[in-house]
Design a protein around this ligand. Structure first.
Ligand SMILES: Nc1ncnc2c1ncn2[C@@H]1O[C@H](COP(=O)(O)OP(=O)(O)OP(=O)(O)O)[C@@H](O)[C@H]1O
Ligand SMILES: [Mg+2]
Length: 272
């Protein structure tokens, strides 16, 4: 097993730390369907880790296990050196894990600003009762939360649409707003399920740049699912390859690209 204190340096000189998330022998079934079969892999501090594979391979299911949406029938999830007990998604979020969804999950009728504010919900200590009793404290908290949100909005360059209802935005910007909401939680680990799906080339370039900037400027560890191999090869430090619920490859982009099983199952065939 890897020593959690070990790290490595990437080709572009970024320092990757010890293991923060470790999936051990995970199996997830839906009735007779085995979505994930005995998969183990780890995610290291500061890393951009990609999960790739054909449709139905089990990639989203894996992200859903990490974020606590699905409970695997077998296996263990280790986070920061401790075995994670069974947790609800909001408890996982409180541990510093945020995510975006394959199908955008925003409040369409609400403004961009209000949607991004919902990313702070896990950080709000004062409930309604406390807010009634200690108005001052609730106001101070609200203004601190607004500051974080405004910073994220600046960072992702969406100031011009902050008052716009999400329903009026084009698809690419909705994806960016979803990223903003996840970032508003100031996560240590960010999970992105196909952040660039359905985007044009320019939108993909923008999103790639934002992902790299988040990783670089905030030191956020990122796990992402992506079908565009150019993007995966450019962005990621290490890649897990899934096929029919199994892991068929795991390594640097170059290692994965040269793996015959991966080529046969995925890279050699055309896909979107
Ligand atoms: N909630 C669910 N109930 C039943 N079966 C499910 C559920 N979620 C996923 N599955 C099944 O598990 C398998 C893996 O699905 P998953 O969505 O994880 O694949 P994926 O790799 O994300 O695919 P895609 O690239 O199309 O998003 C599929 O056979 C899918 O039909
Ligand atoms: Mg999926």
């Amino acid at each position: 097993m890897l020593d959690a204190s070990e790290g490595y340096t990437t080709e572009d000189g970024r320092k990757i730390g010890g293991v923060v998330m470790e999936m051990k022998n995970i199996t997830l079934r839906f009735g007779g369907v085995v979505a994930i079969k005995e998969i183990s892999f780890d995610i290291r501090e500061g890393e951009i880790r990609a999960i790739i594979g054909p449709n139905g391979a089990g990639k989203s299911s894996m992200l859903n296990v990490i974020s606590g949406f699905y409970l695997p029938q077998e296996g263990e999830v280790w986070f920061r050196g401790e075995r994670r007990p069974q947790m609800k998604p909001f408890e996982v979020a409180r541990q510093g894990i945020a995510r975006t969804f394959q199908n955008i999950a925003l409040f369409e009728g609400m403004s961009v600003l209000d949607n991004v504010m919902t990313g702070r919900l896990n950080h709000m200590k004062s409930g309604l009762f406390a807010q009634a009793l200690w108005k001052g404290r609730a106001e101070a908290e609200e203004s601190a939360n607004r500051k974080v949100v405004e910073n994220v909005i600046d960072f992702l360059e969406i100031q011009h649409i902050r008052k716009t209802p999400v329903s009026r935005l084009p698809y690419g910007l909705k994806k960016r707003v979803e990223l903003a909401r996840a970032l508003a939680a100031q996560p240590k680990l960010l999970l992105l399920d196909e952040p660039m799906a359905g985007m044009n080339v320019e939108e993909k370039e923008d999103m790639s740049r934002f992902i790299l900037d988040v990783n670089d400027e905030f030191g956020t560890t990122i796990a992402l699912i992506e079908h565009d191999m150019g993007v995966v090869m450019d962005l990621s430090d290490r890649v897990v390859v899934m096929d029919y619920g199994r892991k068929i490859g795991d390594g640097t982009p170059d290692e994965v690209r040269g793996n015959q099983e991966v080529i046969d199952a995925y890279l050699g065939v055309s896909h979107d």
